[in-house]
Design a protein. Structure first.
Length: 266
């Protein structure tokens, strides 16, 4: 299956996912990082974005000098992914009534505009983003995975019980479980680092445990708990678990999670 066909299949699944997220107070945006042979790529789900042969797709255009400068030193593929991710983020923010200017960054992490939280992911020439106002969600996380993972990924990011859970299923169920759990851990990692940016670098996807492991051949959700006592939260307070939902995206998965704000106890 060509990359363009994969993208077209996923683009058909994104509008229903957008409606599902909207029911939870979240906005979903997407953009095309790579054009097909005609230079065409479906844009925000409402039509087609057209680019000339050999030119950058419209979805990979910077919104201003900061984004252009950040992308300037990147290899072409990474530059298109980076800029398409920013475009997807602006579309998610616009759908929620938020600002749609340049999206800054702190290292590799995107910086949401004041009063907002967002998360960006990209795979196989597509970029997606989830956004929400902070009065609705303290942090969000999302991850798009459209490519099959090598078996070695299980040894790198899964615990022993998780590897056994994946291995209990025969192919292709085991492949889907691995992809879904890996993607869920990526989404939870982004959420938790959004809650406590100082955990970035200490927390890794390998330090997130699926507890309990879900039943069913194709899980719809994971509850992931970080193994870093006291992060985030006050000393001695167990870290919050992230409930990550799993949606179909073509033959791949789209995972997302959100953390509601702490109740006002004043």
């Amino acid at each position: 299956m060509t990359a363009e066909l994969v993208r077209r299949q996923v683009l058909d699944d994104l509008p229903p996912l957008r409606a599902a997220l909207a029911a939870h107070g979240l906005s979903l945006g997407w953009a095309v990082a790579e054009a097909d042979g005609d230079g065409d790529g479906r844009g925000d789900g409402d039509g087609w974005a057209h680019g000339a042969d050999g030119a950058e797709p419209l979805d990979a255009a910077p919104a201003g000098p900061s984004e252009a400068q950040a992308a300037a030193g990147m290899p072409p593929t990474r530059r298109r992914e980076f800029l398409a991710g920013r475009c997807a983020a602006r579309r998610a923010l616009r759908a929620a009534g938020g600002p749609v200017g340049e999206i800054g960054r702190a290292g590799r992490r995107p910086l949401a505009p004041a009063g907002w939280t967002l998360s960006i992911s990209h795979s196989a020439g597509l970029a997606v983003a989830v956004a929400a106002p902070l009065d609705r969600h303290s942090a969000v996380g999302c991850d798009l995975e459209l490519r099959r993972l090598p078996a070695a990924a299980a040894r790198l990011v899964l615990t022993g019980p998780e590897r056994a859970w994946v291995g209990d299923a025969g192919a292709p169920t085991a492949e889907h479980r691995l992809l879904a759990l890996f993607s869920a851990k990526e989404a939870a990692f982004k959420l938790l680092c959004g809650l406590q940016p100082e955990t970035f670098g200490a927390l890794t996807v390998a330090r997130l445990n699926a507890d309990p492991l879900p039943a069913g051949a194709r899980p719809r959700a994971f509850r992931l708990r970080p193994r870093l006592p006291g992060l985030p939260g006050a000393p001695g307070t167990p870290p919050p678990a992230a409930l990550v939902r799993v949606g179909a995206a073509g033959d791949g998965v789209f995972c997302w999670t959100a953390m509601p704000p702490e109740p006002d106890r004043s």
